[in-house]
Design a protein around this ligand. Sequence first.
Ligand code: F3S
Length: 401
Amino acid sequence: MFLTDEEAVMLDGGKGPAVQKAMQILVALGESFGAERLVPVNNVHMAGSSVLVAEEAGTRFVEDIRNQGGKFITRVTTNPTAVDPTQWADIGIPESDAVLQTRLTAAYAGMGANSCNTCIPYLVGNMPRFGEHMAWGESSAVVFANSVCGARTNREGGPSGLASALTGRTPEYGFHLKENRYGKFLVKVETPLRDMTDYGTLGFFTGMPTEPTLEELKALSAALASSGSVSMFHAVGVTPEAATLEEAFGPNEPQKVLVFGDAEKAQAEAALNREPSDHVDWILVGCPNASVQEIREVAEALEGKKVHKDVSLWVTTAGAMYAMAERNGYIRTIEEAGGVVVRETCPFLARSRVIAPAKGYKTLTTNSAKMAFYAPGQFGLPTHYGNLGRVMQAAINGVWR
Ligand code: F3S
């Protein structure tokens, strides 16, 4: 792989051991994917920021890099952690995770990360530019960045994101190259998409019919990332590189044409509903993390009502969204009704295999296709999946209908 003089100096250790290690990671990664060179990046979203992912070994690795003088030279935002900073004990997060998470978060912050700890960095100040090369982790955010913003990023893991933040480089392969960004499959949507959950169901199934909201695009991005490891979609009229269908496919013909109609929608919904009984105990809204608008919708659904005594309702969000929702009174409404607005973590990145048995949770009920897809395999809870209205009814009534 071609390296500039400056990159060669980094690889030879001329900029210190932390940068040298980072460059070794990037060169090995680039060579394994056939990259011809590195491209400059100034924007990293760090995936390895939860101790559920990093554990003790990963935490020590990040601490070692910091102790060797590592400094981030790009903008860096961080993905959710394993811990809500103030309510972790109440919601069942083990103390050992809280202790380890403090170390990991401090190590990233010590190198210059903005510890926003969310999977929606684009809503808290890290908005990608069209055409910008980046090194982002977090699959749903990667799809959003490529498809809604027209930025260019592969799906980076913790070590490669760390290496990019230390060097300002990423290997040029995959979605950094225009020829890899054209569409491959054409999906004809022949059923109305009414809300976030319908967009999530579409993403799980595999034209965009109307003008989707930001929340709907967020849900679609997350579902595509989880169901099919997709890192980019083209929605004609939404994706900056897809003003027309012809532009979306470029020189290629669609390899396959798929239809998403009523039957396919029902099939995808059924696949995400794994719990046969009407039992409800743990409810999750906010995957990807809830926007202020979504928190408002939850608060409105709970106005003058109570969450059922046998149900735990989690609304997961970023600290910045929490602050805005608090100012608008939404947090108070949700808490007075008996719900919890959880910051900086989610059931996927917290230790749910410990939380669920400790709290007696046997199912997970959610309006997120991504969470409904992961919950059975990742932490052993069968799911109820439906739109926000249905999920909030379950929160209030304590049964799934
Ligand atoms: Fe975000 Fe956790 Fe969902 S990281 S996309 S809320 S699984």
